[in-house]
Design a protein around this ligand. Structure first.
Ligand SMILES: [Fe+2]
Length: 329
Protein backbone atom coordinates (compact mmCIF):
# COMPACT_ATOMS: atom_id res chain seq x y z
CA UNK A 1 0.00 0.00 0.00
CA UNK A 2 1.47 3.30 -1.04
CA UNK A 3 0.33 6.73 0.09
CA UNK A 4 3.17 8.75 -1.34
CA UNK A 5 1.37 12.11 -1.17
CA UNK A 6 0.48 11.75 2.54
CA UNK A 7 1.67 14.39 4.98
CA UNK A 8 1.55 14.45 8.75
CA UNK A 9 -1.66 15.91 10.24
CA UNK A 10 -2.07 17.26 13.75
CA UNK A 11 -5.16 15.85 15.45
CA UNK A 12 -6.57 16.87 18.83
CA UNK A 13 -4.64 17.79 21.96
CA UNK A 14 -5.49 15.86 25.12
CA UNK A 15 -6.48 18.49 27.73
CA UNK A 16 -5.47 16.16 30.58
CA UNK A 17 -1.84 15.62 29.47
CA UNK A 18 -1.22 18.42 26.95
CA UNK A 19 0.05 16.04 24.26
CA UNK A 20 -1.17 16.26 20.66
CA UNK A 21 -2.10 13.25 18.53
CA UNK A 22 -0.91 12.93 14.92
CA UNK A 23 -1.89 11.03 11.78
CA UNK A 24 0.27 9.93 8.85
CA UNK A 25 -1.58 7.93 6.18
CA UNK A 26 -3.78 5.55 8.15
CA UNK A 27 -1.45 5.38 11.17
CA UNK A 28 -2.37 7.50 14.17
CA UNK A 29 -0.01 8.28 17.04
CA UNK A 30 -0.98 9.49 20.48
CA UNK A 31 0.70 9.42 23.85
CA UNK A 32 -0.39 9.47 27.47
CA UNK A 33 1.76 9.85 30.57
CA UNK A 34 3.44 6.44 30.21
CA UNK A 35 2.87 5.07 26.72
CA UNK A 36 2.83 5.77 22.98
CA UNK A 37 -0.21 4.31 21.22
CA UNK A 38 -0.05 3.53 17.50
CA UNK A 39 -3.27 2.58 15.66
CA UNK A 40 -4.08 1.52 12.11
CA UNK A 41 -7.35 0.33 10.53
CA UNK A 42 -7.15 -3.26 11.80
CA UNK A 43 -5.14 -2.98 14.96
CA UNK A 44 -3.28 -1.01 17.58
CA UNK A 45 -0.08 -1.26 19.58
CA UNK A 46 1.31 0.20 22.80
CA UNK A 47 4.98 1.02 23.46
CA UNK A 48 6.60 2.39 26.60
CA UNK A 49 7.13 6.09 25.77
CA UNK A 50 10.84 6.32 26.66
CA UNK A 51 11.61 3.44 24.31
CA UNK A 52 9.39 4.91 21.60
CA UNK A 53 11.05 8.36 21.73
CA UNK A 54 14.59 6.98 21.97
CA UNK A 55 13.90 4.92 18.84
CA UNK A 56 12.11 7.72 16.98
CA UNK A 57 14.78 10.42 17.33
CA UNK A 58 17.49 7.98 16.24
CA UNK A 59 15.44 6.80 13.27
CA UNK A 60 15.16 10.42 12.04
CA UNK A 61 18.78 11.24 12.91
CA UNK A 62 20.12 8.18 11.11
CA UNK A 63 18.02 8.98 8.00
CA UNK A 64 16.24 5.62 8.58
CA UNK A 65 19.59 3.81 8.45
CA UNK A 66 20.07 0.57 6.50
CA UNK A 67 17.12 -1.77 6.25
CA UNK A 68 14.74 -2.23 9.15
CA UNK A 69 14.43 -0.19 12.34
CA UNK A 70 12.18 -2.03 14.79
CA UNK A 71 11.05 0.20 17.67
CA UNK A 72 10.13 -3.12 19.31
CA UNK A 73 9.11 -6.51 17.87
CA UNK A 74 6.00 -5.07 16.18
CA UNK A 75 6.38 -1.48 15.03
CA UNK A 76 9.05 0.17 12.88
CA UNK A 77 10.33 1.48 9.56
CA UNK A 78 12.09 0.07 6.51
CA UNK A 79 14.37 2.26 4.43
CA UNK A 80 14.09 2.01 0.64
CA UNK A 81 16.43 4.98 0.18
CA UNK A 82 13.94 7.63 -0.98
CA UNK A 83 10.80 6.02 0.35
CA UNK A 84 10.20 4.53 3.79
CA UNK A 85 7.72 1.86 4.94
CA UNK A 86 6.02 2.25 8.30
CA UNK A 87 4.93 -1.20 9.44
CA UNK A 88 3.08 -2.77 12.35
CA UNK A 89 3.22 -6.53 12.78
CA UNK A 90 4.51 -7.13 9.23
CA UNK A 91 7.51 -9.08 10.55
CA UNK A 92 5.69 -10.86 13.35
CA UNK A 93 4.30 -14.34 12.74
CA UNK A 94 1.31 -13.90 15.09
CA UNK A 95 0.22 -10.54 13.67
CA UNK A 96 0.55 -11.84 10.10
CA UNK A 97 -1.43 -15.02 10.82
CA UNK A 98 -4.17 -12.99 12.51
CA UNK A 99 -4.30 -10.66 9.49
CA UNK A 100 -3.87 -7.51 11.57
CA UNK A 101 -0.45 -6.51 10.22
CA UNK A 102 -0.20 -3.26 8.29
CA UNK A 103 2.40 -1.53 6.12
CA UNK A 104 2.33 1.76 4.23
CA UNK A 105 5.00 3.39 2.11
CA UNK A 106 5.67 7.13 2.32
CA UNK A 107 8.30 9.51 1.04
CA UNK A 108 11.27 9.62 3.40
CA UNK A 109 10.58 13.34 3.77
CA UNK A 110 6.99 12.78 4.96
CA UNK A 111 8.08 10.23 7.58
CA UNK A 112 10.87 12.50 8.73
CA UNK A 113 8.46 15.44 9.08
CA UNK A 114 5.94 13.31 10.94
CA UNK A 115 8.49 11.85 13.36
CA UNK A 116 10.00 15.26 13.99
CA UNK A 117 6.55 16.79 14.69
CA UNK A 118 5.68 13.95 17.08
CA UNK A 119 9.06 14.11 18.86
CA UNK A 120 8.89 17.91 19.23
CA UNK A 121 5.44 17.72 20.80
CA UNK A 122 6.10 14.71 23.02
CA UNK A 123 9.54 15.68 24.38
CA UNK A 124 9.73 18.20 27.21
CA UNK A 125 12.64 20.12 28.70
CA UNK A 126 14.95 18.05 30.86
CA UNK A 127 14.68 14.88 28.77
CA UNK A 128 17.08 14.02 25.94
CA UNK A 129 16.44 10.60 24.39
CA UNK A 130 19.93 10.56 22.85
CA UNK A 131 21.53 10.55 26.32
CA UNK A 132 22.05 7.45 28.43
CA UNK A 133 19.15 6.96 30.87
CA UNK A 134 21.43 7.74 33.83
CA UNK A 135 22.38 11.07 32.25
CA UNK A 136 18.95 12.53 31.47
CA UNK A 137 15.49 13.07 32.92
CA UNK A 138 12.38 11.01 32.32
CA UNK A 139 9.73 11.49 29.61
CA UNK A 140 6.88 10.15 31.73
CA UNK A 141 4.15 12.39 33.03
CA UNK A 142 2.20 15.30 31.52
CA UNK A 143 3.69 17.69 28.99
CA UNK A 144 6.14 20.32 30.26
CA UNK A 145 7.75 23.17 28.32
CA UNK A 146 8.90 21.98 24.87
CA UNK A 147 12.62 21.89 24.22
CA UNK A 148 13.84 24.69 21.98
CA UNK A 149 17.31 23.28 21.23
CA UNK A 150 17.84 20.85 18.34
CA UNK A 151 16.44 17.39 19.11
CA UNK A 152 19.05 15.80 16.90
CA UNK A 153 22.80 16.18 16.87
CA UNK A 154 23.34 17.30 13.30
CA UNK A 155 26.31 15.97 11.38
CA UNK A 156 29.18 18.47 11.39
CA UNK A 157 31.39 17.88 8.39
CA UNK A 158 35.12 18.37 8.78
CA UNK A 159 36.97 19.94 5.86
CA UNK A 160 40.36 18.63 6.95
CA UNK A 161 41.66 16.29 9.61
CA UNK A 162 40.08 17.22 12.96
CA UNK A 163 42.34 19.57 14.86
CA UNK A 164 44.34 20.86 11.88
CA UNK A 165 44.49 24.66 11.68
CA UNK A 166 41.40 26.02 9.97
CA UNK A 167 39.19 23.04 10.79
CA UNK A 168 36.89 22.07 13.65
CA UNK A 169 38.49 21.84 17.08
CA UNK A 170 38.79 18.40 18.62
CA UNK A 171 36.47 17.78 21.56
CA UNK A 172 37.84 19.09 24.84
CA UNK A 173 36.73 20.46 28.19
CA UNK A 174 36.79 23.91 26.55
CA UNK A 175 34.31 22.87 23.82
CA UNK A 176 31.94 21.60 26.51
CA UNK A 177 32.73 17.91 26.08
CA UNK A 178 34.13 16.52 29.34
CA UNK A 179 35.42 12.94 29.53
CA UNK A 180 32.45 10.74 30.32
CA UNK A 181 32.40 9.37 33.87
CA UNK A 182 32.62 5.81 32.50
CA UNK A 183 35.93 6.47 30.73
CA UNK A 184 37.67 8.41 33.52
CA UNK A 185 40.09 5.49 34.05
CA UNK A 186 41.50 5.44 30.50
CA UNK A 187 44.80 7.03 29.53
CA UNK A 188 44.68 9.60 26.79
CA UNK A 189 48.20 9.97 25.43
CA UNK A 190 48.36 12.36 22.50
CA UNK A 191 49.93 10.87 19.37
CA UNK A 192 53.41 12.09 18.44
CA UNK A 193 53.43 13.69 15.03
CA UNK A 194 56.67 13.89 13.08
CA UNK A 195 56.22 15.61 9.76
CA UNK A 196 58.67 15.35 6.90
CA UNK A 197 59.95 18.83 5.98
CA UNK A 198 57.51 20.61 3.70
CA UNK A 199 54.41 18.89 5.10
CA UNK A 200 54.01 20.97 8.26
CA UNK A 201 50.36 21.88 8.87
CA UNK A 202 49.13 19.08 6.61
CA UNK A 203 49.57 16.07 8.86
CA UNK A 204 47.73 15.55 12.13
CA UNK A 205 46.53 12.82 14.44
CA UNK A 206 44.14 12.65 17.37
CA UNK A 207 43.54 10.12 20.12
CA UNK A 208 40.31 8.55 18.88
CA UNK A 209 39.57 7.04 22.31
CA UNK A 210 39.64 10.53 23.81
CA UNK A 211 37.26 11.77 21.11
CA UNK A 212 34.77 8.94 21.77
CA UNK A 213 35.15 9.30 25.55
CA UNK A 214 33.91 12.90 25.23
CA UNK A 215 30.75 11.94 23.35
CA UNK A 216 27.58 12.97 25.22
CA UNK A 217 25.26 10.66 23.27
CA UNK A 218 24.83 6.90 23.12
CA UNK A 219 24.00 4.54 20.25
CA UNK A 220 24.53 7.41 17.84
CA UNK A 221 27.63 7.81 15.64
CA UNK A 222 30.15 10.11 17.22
CA UNK A 223 32.54 10.35 14.32
CA UNK A 224 32.28 8.84 10.86
CA UNK A 225 34.93 8.46 8.21
CA UNK A 226 33.56 7.95 4.72
CA UNK A 227 35.72 6.75 1.84
CA UNK A 228 33.54 6.23 -1.22
CA UNK A 229 31.00 3.59 -0.04
CA UNK A 230 32.99 2.55 3.01
CA UNK A 231 31.57 4.06 6.18
CA UNK A 232 33.33 3.74 9.51
CA UNK A 233 31.43 4.95 12.59
CA UNK A 234 32.59 5.02 16.19
CA UNK A 235 30.08 5.36 18.97
CA UNK A 236 29.74 5.12 22.71
CA UNK A 237 27.07 2.70 23.88
CA UNK A 238 25.37 2.49 27.26
CA UNK A 239 22.17 0.75 28.39
CA UNK A 240 20.34 -0.80 25.41
CA UNK A 241 20.21 -0.01 21.73
CA UNK A 242 16.73 1.57 21.70
CA UNK A 243 15.86 -0.10 18.40
CA UNK A 244 16.18 -3.59 16.99
CA UNK A 245 18.09 -3.23 13.73
CA UNK A 246 17.15 -5.50 10.83
CA UNK A 247 20.11 -5.59 8.44
CA UNK A 248 19.77 -5.46 4.66
CA UNK A 249 23.53 -6.07 4.25
CA UNK A 250 26.44 -7.24 6.37
CA UNK A 251 27.66 -4.95 9.11
CA UNK A 252 30.96 -5.35 10.93
CA UNK A 253 31.44 -4.63 14.63
CA UNK A 254 34.82 -4.10 16.31
CA UNK A 255 34.57 -3.88 20.09
CA UNK A 256 37.01 -1.21 21.34
CA UNK A 257 36.35 -1.21 25.11
CA UNK A 258 34.14 -2.87 27.72
CA UNK A 259 31.37 -5.27 26.75
CA UNK A 260 28.24 -5.42 24.59
CA UNK A 261 25.74 -8.29 24.54
CA UNK A 262 23.86 -8.80 21.26
CA UNK A 263 20.56 -10.64 20.88
CA UNK A 264 20.15 -11.90 17.33
CA UNK A 265 16.88 -13.08 15.76
CA UNK A 266 15.54 -14.02 12.35
CA UNK A 267 14.62 -10.81 10.50
CA UNK A 268 11.33 -12.08 9.06
CA UNK A 269 9.86 -13.87 12.06
CA UNK A 270 11.74 -12.63 15.13
CA UNK A 271 12.66 -16.25 16.05
CA UNK A 272 15.84 -16.27 18.21
CA UNK A 273 19.06 -17.15 16.31
CA UNK A 274 21.84 -16.45 18.78
CA UNK A 275 23.57 -14.33 21.38
CA UNK A 276 27.00 -12.74 21.03
CA UNK A 277 28.98 -11.24 23.89
CA UNK A 278 31.72 -8.96 22.56
CA UNK A 279 34.75 -7.93 24.60
CA UNK A 280 37.61 -5.58 23.63
CA UNK A 281 39.27 -6.70 20.41
CA UNK A 282 36.39 -8.96 19.35
CA UNK A 283 35.21 -8.60 15.77
CA UNK A 284 31.97 -9.93 14.32
CA UNK A 285 29.90 -9.54 11.18
CA UNK A 286 26.16 -9.25 11.60
CA UNK A 287 24.59 -11.13 8.65
CA UNK A 288 22.19 -9.54 6.15
CA UNK A 289 19.19 -11.65 7.17
CA UNK A 290 18.92 -10.95 10.90
CA UNK A 291 17.63 -8.39 13.38
CA UNK A 292 19.78 -7.55 16.37
CA UNK A 293 19.75 -5.50 19.55
CA UNK A 294 22.71 -4.57 21.75
CA UNK A 295 22.95 -4.23 25.53
CA UNK A 296 25.87 -2.42 27.21
CA UNK A 297 25.89 -2.83 31.02
CA UNK A 298 28.59 -0.12 31.21
CA UNK A 299 29.39 2.57 28.65
CA UNK A 300 31.42 0.91 25.87
CA UNK A 301 33.18 2.03 22.69
CA UNK A 302 32.20 0.34 19.44
CA UNK A 303 33.45 0.73 15.87
CA UNK A 304 30.95 -0.14 13.12
CA UNK A 305 31.90 -0.66 9.48
CA UNK A 306 29.13 -0.29 6.89
CA UNK A 307 29.13 -0.85 3.14
CA UNK A 308 27.02 1.92 1.62
CA UNK A 309 27.24 0.65 -1.98
CA UNK A 310 23.95 1.64 -3.68
CA UNK A 311 21.76 -1.34 -4.64
CA UNK A 312 23.54 -3.73 -2.29
CA UNK A 313 20.26 -4.38 -0.45
CA UNK A 314 18.71 -5.79 -3.65
CA UNK A 315 21.68 -8.12 -4.25
CA UNK A 316 21.23 -9.60 -0.77
CA UNK A 317 17.41 -9.68 -1.01
CA UNK A 318 17.53 -11.55 -4.35
CA UNK A 319 19.92 -14.20 -2.98
CA UNK A 320 22.70 -13.18 -5.39
CA UNK A 321 24.90 -12.57 -2.34
CA UNK A 322 25.01 -14.90 0.65
CA UNK A 323 23.74 -13.27 3.87
CA UNK A 324 27.15 -13.67 5.53
CA UNK A 325 30.51 -12.32 4.32
CA UNK A 326 32.97 -15.22 4.71
CA UNK A 327 32.94 -19.00 4.16
CA UNK A 328 35.35 -20.70 6.59
CA UNK A 329 36.43 -23.99 4.91
FE1 LIG B 1 22.78 -3.51 12.41
Amino acid sequence: MSVLDAKVERLSTDPATGYTAFRLGSFTFRRDEYFAHVSWPKGSHIIEVDRFLRAMVRDIGWGFFYGWIFFDDIFGTTNHYGTVDIFAGSYDKGYREAGIDHLETFTAEAVSEAFEAISRDWISEGYDPLNAPLETGSPIGPKGPERTDPLLRAFIAADRMLGLPGDKPVRSDETGHPINRAFADLEYDAPEIECAPGFEGQLHAINLFEHIARSDVTWNPSISAVTRANICCVTSEEHMLPVIHGNDRNEWFIQLTDEIHWSIADKETGAPRGRVVMRPGDVCAMPADIRHQGFAPKRAMLMVMENGTPGLEQRYASGELKPYPVDFR
